[in-house]
Design a protein around this ligand. Structure first.
Ligand SMILES: *Cc1c(COP(=O)(O)O)cnc(C)c1O
Length: 351
């Protein structure tokens, strides 16, 4: 027997199974490739990347661009290999044996895993029956447990619902510990809390290029916090943890982010259209969403997922008890959405 670190065999694995779906609406990716103008510029630029050098220039060029956009100092920005790396490092920085990390549930399944990997105690806080967060009770829980980190995903994955900025501020103001706000889907909501960072030294906002900016394969995310916080979190990263190709891709995407606005608007409009249609199916409960996906609850959800899979349509089914009978469906192109809806309707109406 190899002598693995204690607790590693008990650590759960990420359960996202990937298959070669014809219509892939299971992982909240962008279904479109990059806008043609962006792709062209990117392909031209990638040929010029100096792969023999460590990626200093590429890293700081993107940091400065992001800092300029948010009108913050570049010392307030850290980049990560996806916001996953940012989140994992924040858990690492505030975790440790005997410490507690609180987050609402259901939410992003990785929070529990990152907490355990950081040897901290994961403290899930139940959302209500409509998957809304009781902010006062959440604050009380954070304080009563003496947690070192509170984590909130806004808008929340996989439920799609949101906190207002006033509610985010309420939490930041009333807790003493670090507060990580995961804004992976914020482009579809339009209300980022980054502006609160200057007032609240405990607030860390994590963002990603993987969802609205269609760059999931490049693995680029970032965080905004006060300089003192980024200085500490930065210690937990390897030197040169980002690669020059991904940094260059993200740099170009960020320069050209205006090109993505029509797509984000299209996704929001399609989400509304799908919401209205799914809402009318009897036996299907649907949750309002400010993201690029919808969550539905249906008594035969597992069978429905299998039926869709047989048609080449991949949706996300959850094993967690708090998401019993729920399916998460990402918003695709109009044609994909029409096909997904027709299949769901067919199954639900028993044809
Ligand atoms: C997709 C997602 C992320 C980030 O993914 P990366 O690709 O690592 O940036 C983070 N949090 C939530 C809740 C997500 O759904």
């Amino acid at each position: 027997m190899l002598n693995y670190r204690e607790n590693l065999s008990a650590l759960p694995s990420y359960d996202g199974v990937e298959k070669d779906y014809r219509i892939k609406v299971n992982a909240n990716e962008s279904t479109l490739g990059l806008p043609p103008l962006v792709e062209e510029r990117l392909l031209n630029r990638l040929g010029l990347v100096a792969l023999n050098r460590y990626p200093n220039e590429e890293y700081y060029s993107l940091v400065e661009q992001i800092a300029r956009n948010f009108s913050v100092a570049s010392e307030q920005i850290l980049l990560g290999s996806g916001s996953s790396e940012i989140i994992e490092k924040v858990f690492h920085a505030f975790g440790g044996a005997g410490r507690k990390i609180v987050y609402p549930q259901p939410s992003f399944s990785m929070y529990k895993i990152y907490a355990k990997a950081a040897e901290a105690e994961a403290v899930p806080f139940d959302l209500d029956a409509k998957f809304d967060l009781d902010v006062d009770a959440f604050i009380k829980k954070i304080r009563a447990t003496g947690s070192s980190l509170a984590v909130v995903c806004n808008p929340n994955n996989p439920t799609g619902n949101t906190l207002t900025l006033a509610q985010v501020e309420e939490i930041a103001k009333n807790i003493d510990c670090a507060f990580l706000l995961d804004e992976a889907y914020v482009e579809f909501y339009g209300r980022s809390a980054f502006g609160l960072v200057k007032t609240y030294p405990n607030l860390i906002v994590a963002r990603t290029f993987s969802k609205a900016y269609g760059l999931a394969g490049a693995r680029v995310g970032y965080m905004i916090a006060q300089a003192e916080v980024t200085r500490m979190i930065a210690k937990t990263f390897m030197p040169y943890h980002m690669n020059a190709l991904s940094l260059t891709a993200a740099d170009i995407v960020y320069q050209m982010r205006a090109e993505f606005v029509p797509r984000i608007q299209m996704t929001v409009a399609e989400r509304q259209r799908m919401f209205e249609r799914l809402k009318k199916l009897s036996g299907v409960e649907i949750f309002p969403s400010q993201t690029n996906f919808l969550l539905i609850r249906f008594a035969r959800a597992a069978e429905l997922a299998e039926y869709l899979e047989a048609l080449g349509i991949g949706v996300r089914y959850f094993a967690a008890p708090e998401l019993k009978n729920c399916l998460r469906i990402s918003i695709g192109t109009r044609m994909e959405n029409d096909e997904v809806f027709a299949a769901v309707k067919n199954f639900v109406e028993g044809r």
